[in-house]
Design a protein around this ligand. Structure first.
Ligand code: SF4
Length: 220
């Protein structure tokens, strides 16, 4: 593992600020569908859509057999519901064909890279989504790179300018202290939502200001 002082410091500073997290683990397929719903929306709309979907269709078999229009209606609050409902059906059919059941529990026995490669073979499942499933349903020591983690990694200079989100994931993962990845991910989300926001970051309140390499950071 390559040590990265700035990442090690950020892990500790953000844990002091936001704490260490314990989350309610979902089964991997539930986590996958929840993460699909989270694309381009906030947590509240994602959760409302997920709960309505589960109310309308208590089993994944029922979702798989439902009309796309009915799924679309159930998940409308998550946005992009036409695209998400169509993908969900394709993914559930793929899961059923690949694993012989509506479960992706078989990935429990796979190493991270193999599981990510398999899951991302499906359109609509990117590296971030696959890493979220592994980290939060299967306790793998991974830090998925979403829009917040990507932006912060660029600003703090953990990766070169213009590095893609996927390349950022591969670059920073080996530099994160062992057993800290998932909490680090959740704390980066909080930091990205509250301080290092996409627009008008609150650099004056930033505990990582001295490490920040972003040319547009505000003076304090
Ligand atoms: S100084 Fe500003 S841009 Fe840099 S990490 Fe902190 S909040 Fe983000």
């Amino acid at each position: 593992m390559k040590a990265n002082k700035s990442i090690v410091k950020a892990i500790s500073v953000l844990e002091e600020l936001y704490g260490v997290h314990i989350w309610k683990r979902k089964n991997p397929l539930d986590e996958l569908i929840l993460t699909l719903l989270s694309q381009n929306t906030n947590d509240r709309n994602r959760d409302n859509a997920y709960n309505k979907l589960r109310q309308c269709f208590p089993s994944w078999e029922e979702v798989r057999n439902a009309d796309v229009g009915e799924i679309e209606e159930a998940i409308r609050t998550a946005g992009l519901s036409k695209q998400k409902s169509a993908r969900m059906k394709v993914i559930l059919n793929w899961v059923n064909d690949t694993f012989g059941e509506l479960s992706i529990d078989a990935v429990r026995d796979m190493p991270n890279e193999e599981a990510i490669q398999l899951l991302t073979s499906q359109k609509g499942i990117g590296v971030k989504t696959a890493a979220v499933v592994l980290a939060f349903a299967l306790d793998r020591d991974l830090c998925p790179v979403d829009t917040h983690v990507h932006r912060i990694s660029l600003r703090l200079g953990w990766v070169e300018k213009k590095t893609s989100a996927e390349a950022t994931y591969h670059a920073i993962q080996p530099m994160i202290t062992e057993n800290k990845s998932a909490t680090f991910h959740l704390n980066l989300l909080k930091f990205g939502r509250n301080i290092c926001t996409a627009r008008s970051p609150k650099c004056g309140d930033c505990p990582l200001w001295t490490d920040c390499k972003w040319e547009n950071k505000l003076e304090r």
